[in-house]
Design a protein around this ligand. Sequence first.
Ligand code: AMP
Length: 176
Amino acid sequence: MNNYKTKIRTVPDYPAQGIMFRDVTTLMSDPGAFSNAIGDLCRPFENMNISKVAGIDARGFILGGAMALKLGAGFLPLRKPGKLPYKTWSEPYELEYGSDALHMHTDGVSEGENVLLVDDLIATGGTAEAGVKLLRRGKADIVAAAFLVDLPEIGGSRRLRELGIDVMSLVTFTGH
Ligand code: AMP
């Protein structure tokens, strides 16, 4: 049994009243927990010929970069507006607290390549769905979406599964 849940700090009312912020920086700062989490997140995909890990800005970059190395894959950043230098596609999304957009370089994926989508946490699934739309615009094959934390009662993982995406996570928290 892992103890990932105890390594994640919960900050109430951040960044807005009523949000229980699940702060994964405390898990990432623990060398053993971080290394085990990367191993556990990668294990289901070790023999699945993943050619790229697509990480969502910004905590998804930390997990996704480490996972890409472990899986022998490349890394693809899905970024907030104004950060990518080349031609991009953009997909807007609603957050638990506000709205935003994700961008991907138009040459970020090739048709039919196996991509694993990664972020630290899935809540409403809006962010991850924007990632799915971007990867599908590039005609990538999305093997799965992997998260450290799922908040299943908010419904994001169900929403992704309804889009035909396999979802895996290491930790779930009830409520918001
Ligand atoms: P969503 O689009 O609602 O699934 O939100 C997921 C994104 O927002 C992820 O990139 C998370 O880092 C962040 N996020 C949303 N809710 C929380 C929360 N309760 N605690 C920590 N991060 C969150």
